[in-house]
Design a protein. Structure first.
Length: 435
């Protein structure tokens, strides 16, 4: 029997389990650990609540989860209640699929002012992550600034702009919905330190900004390069840039009909945040792009900023005893190999890039590496029996997949009309719902 422990029950974890199961069939036992009592990681707490079709992929993970050879072991934090070294004693392979749950820090003066929030916290707040449920952002001001030109910046801007009924059918948590409905925000500035040809936003997500009920996107036509230059872009980026061109062509009459402006401020690098205890303004330096890099021009200007959400990327959490690449913010690894028998996959391996689907080939390639390294030999490791004995000895309150199904049932029963679920945002409440 081949024993595998996967730490993290998000997309990278489940795709790896699926691949291992496909390869080893009945000869494998896989335990998928999660610090939360609920599975699916980023699908539950990262993917935007109004993107339910993307969240639907969890049904595929459930198929894997419900097979005999795969177990969900929730409410267990590896690195705290059980060490990675202990898991390595028990399992043939240990795979870190822990994602990148921490914000890359915004390193500038004023970053510690109140209402300057990282995207992990802000997204976690509207998605009901227990760690961020009490974030309580102040949405009483008129100007929000979103730093970054990636899809997370788009998610945040869109969520800030939507009206109540545009959340129908979403699983945004009620505490966030109520605060967003009472928000006074009129201008959302998306700041990009480079230009239209360097945005990381994808076409489908950008296109959504054209269909908002009470907001419209603005792009300064002067920021757009000559249209012929778009021909050299790869097709996805070309399409994204064509969206920016359509935003630049939106007539003032349309903007006049929508009370919220989503302004793209490109060639704009944030310099410092100011305010008396709470953020009030952001100083920006105009840039120019040379050979793909943003170069400051020395010209600065200041815009109001009552709320700042920095969406500039994420870092993995180090785990005691596991080599970590501080500069890259992920585990030190060679294509997924960390140490003999210890691997990483997904964002924990490659950093925060790609879509949910990118984790599928990642999980399958990792299993190929595991086959290459130690194949499906019969081992003497104790696997799940060994873990169960350890859990009992330590008094760990393990949440099983069956427990999760009860939690899920309770969340579905508590849903607002038309919503798929109302998530528990408190770990105690999640655990209580299983009985
Ligand atoms: P991202 O795509 O890497 O974008 C990060 C942005 O932050 C870039 O525009 C970057 O600019 C900017 N940035 C970084 N450091 C900065 C600084 N110090 N000052 C100003 N700007 C800075 O990251 P992300 O938006 O966090 O997304 C993470 C991954 O999740 C991406 O692969 C994304 O596509 C994916 N995602 C997908 C979806 C979806 O498919 N619907 C939704 C959300 C996220 P530079 O380029 O100049 O460095």
């Amino acid at each position: 029997m081949h024993h595998i422990a996967i730490i993290g029950s998000g997309p990278a974890g489940y795709y790896t389990a699926e691949a291992a199961q496909k390869h080893w069939g009945d000869d494998v036992r896989i335990d998928i650990f999660d610090a939360l009592p609920v599975p699916y990681g980023l699908i539950r707490t990262g993917v935007a609540p109004d993107h339910q079709s993307i969240k639907g992929v969890s049904r595929r993970y459930e198929k894997t989860a419900l097979t005999e050879n795969v177990r969900f072991v929730g409410n267990v934090t590896i690195g705290e209640s059980v060490s990675v070294a202990e898991l390595q004693e028990l399992y043939d392979a240990v795979v870190l699929a822990t994602g990148a749950p921490n914000d890359r820090p915004l390193e500038m003066e004023g970053a510690d002012l109140a209402n300057v929030i990282g995207s992990a916290a802000f997204v976690g707040w509207y998605n009901g992550h227990p760690k961020f449920a009490d974030l309580d952002p102040d949405l009483s001001g008129k100007h929000a600034v979103v730093i970054g030109m990636g899809n997370v910046a788009l998610d945040v801007a869109r969520i800030l702009a939507k009206s109540k009924c545009e959340f129908d059918g979403s699983d945004i948590v009620t505490h966030a919905l109520e605060m967003l409905c009472a928000s006074n925000i009129e201008t959302i500035t998306i700041l990009g330190r480079r230009g239209p040809h360097q945005i990381m936003m994808t076409p489908k997500e950008l296109g959504e900004l054209m269909h908002l009920e009470r907001a419209s996107p603005r792009v300064d036509p002067a920021d757009l390069p000559d249209e012929e230059e778009d021909a050299f872009l790869e097709p996805g980026l070309r399409k994204s840039v064509s969206h920016l061109r359509s935003f630049a062509a939106i007539p003032e009459s349309v903007h006049a009909d929508t009370p919220i402006d989503i302004e793209f401020d490109m060639f704009a690098s944030p310099v410092r945040l100011t305010g008396d205890g709470k953020v009030a303004a952001i100083e920006i330096e105009r840039t120019k792009v040379e050979t793909g890099r943003a170069i400051g021009t020395g010209e600065t200007y200041t815009i109001p900023a009552d709320l700042v959400v920095s969406c500039i990327g994420y870092r993995s959490s180090p785990i005691p005893g596991v080599p970590f690449d501080e500069r890259a913010g992920r585990f030190a690894n060679d294509e997924g190999r960390i140490l003999p028998g210890l691997y990483c996959v997904g964002w924990a391996r490659r950093g925060p890039s790609g879509t949910i689907g990118t984790n599928r080939p990642d999980g399958y390639s990792l299993v190929d590496l595991m086959i290459e390294d130690h194949s499906a030999r019969t081992s003497n490791k104790k696997g799940r029996e060994g873990f169960d004995a350890l859990a009992q000895e330590r008094g760990l309150d393990v949440v099983t997949f069956r427990d999760w199904k009860k939690i899920e049932e309770a969340e579905e029963a508590a849903a607002r009309e038309g919503a798929p679920r109302e998530k528990f945002v408190d770990i105690g409440a999640m655990i209580a719902a299983r009985s």
